[in-house]
Ligand binder design. Structure first.
Ligand code: ACO
Length: 333
């Protein structure tokens, strides 16, 4: 018999360097008006010389543990959702070590901007089936390392950050994760990529090997936009239907923060008022796997999200991948 899972705490961390639209326009041919009107973004954070993705992930995780009032060594699982680890073998083990989560198994999960949602659902399976009791799910990305800072079509969109939530196993009747759907369509993956670079180096006579390294992010913005405004409402609608939940009964819509126009289009489709749509992309841009927990933590910290609130969330991005989850914010006991 499956049990339930509750979301008991959140945390977040962002780099100290802030880059405004006006400052980006010193680098590429763009301007504040274009960026704001097309995306809603005003500024983003960029990891500087004294910070790291691992460090931000640790800070976000620590903040969630503090809110939950848990010792790190009570964790069974740490999942780090990221597409930009400091170590390609995985950065989660380092985060586990920095946190002192000595009993936890820790691994990275890669699903671009859907990563946090995919990690949340993955972690919840271990808790629901009774094999684990406590999990920390961190979403963190450093896309500033992988955009072409001379390409105005992409560099204005992204920022760095980390967010985390603490999850605990509970009884089925206290279930906080009411439903979810996850999707992938690799056939459409070509519109958003961070490919391995194509350079081959000579090895011995007539043999070569591929050099490590990646090419900058390539994106067909319009295709990604169309994908998001088509698939996100559809997946949310089927999730709400299968959970017999009316959009009007949601307390919050918590979408991946990619573009304010996408948030507005989805909210409009369900007649959800702006006051119930969580948005902080003006300050952070698209932080990929971090956007959802970063936004959740901000709204928990400032008292907008309260214990018992019903939240519909959707992540979407490269893969193409997308997903949705319906959950209650429980908060610490
Ligand atoms: N500043 C000024 N002009 C610009 C800029 C810029 N930063 N970027 C593009 N332009 C110009 C283009 O060159 C083009 O000019 P042209 O008509 O002379 O050729 C014009 O603006 C229009 O460009 P479009 O690409 O058609 O602009 P659009 O309205 O589609 O907006 C945007 C672009 C903001 C990228 C939009 O398509 C979008 O948000 N798409 C979704 C992107 C997204 O969410 N990506 C993240 C997915 S998550 C993940 O997995 C990482």
């Amino acid at each position: 018999m499956l049990g339930g899972v509750t979301i008991v705490a959140s945390g977040s961390a962002t780099p100290s360097q802030c880059l405004s639209n006006d400052q980006i326009s010193l680098r590429v041919d763009t301007n504040d008006e274009w960026i704001k009107s097309r995306t809603g973004i005003c500024a983003r954070r960029v990891i500087g010389p004294h910070e790291s993705l691992t460090g931000l992930s640790k800070q976000a995780g620590e903040a969630a543990l503090r809110m939950a009032n848990w010792n790190a060594d009570s964790l069974d699982l740490v999942i780090l959702a990221t597409s930009t680890p400091d170590d390609l073998f995985g950065s989660a083990p380092k985060v586990q070590s920095l946190l002192g989560a000595n009993q936890a198994v820790a691994f990275d999960l890669t699903a671009a901007c859907s990563g946090f949602l995919f990690a949340l659902i993955t972690a919840s399976q271990f808790l629901k089936n009774g094999s684990m009791k406590r999990a920390l799910v961190i979403g963190a990305d450093q896309l500033s390392s992988w955009v072409d800072w001379n390409d105005r079509r992409t560099c204005v969109l992204f920022g760095d950050g980390a967010g985390a939530i603490a999850l605990e196993a509970t009884s089925a009747k206290n279930e906080g994760l009411l439903g979810f759907t996850l999707k992938t369509d690799g056939n459409r993956g070509g519109c958003l990529n961070l490919h391995k670079s194509k350079e081959f180096l000579p090895l011995i006579e007539e043999k070569s090997h591929q050099k490590g390294g990646f090419s900058p992010i390539q994106m067909n913005g319009q295709e990604v936009y169309k994908f998001a405004v088509r698939e996100v409402p559809e997946i949310l609608e089927s999730l709400l239907l299968s959970n017999k939940t009316k959009p009007a009964s949601l307390d919050w819509l918590l979408l991946h923060q990619a573009n304010q126009r996408i948030l507005d289009a989805v909210a409009e489709r369900f007649s959800i008022p702006q006051s119930k749509v969580l948005s902080n992309l003006a300050n952070y841009g698209n932080t990929s796997a971090a956007t959802i927990p970063l936004m959740l933590d901000e709204a928990v910290q400032d008292g907008r999200v309260k214990p018992g609130d019903l939240i519909a969330s959707s992540g979407f991005g490269a893969g193409l991948s997308w997903g949705a989850a319906l959950f209650k914010w429980q908060g610490p006991s």
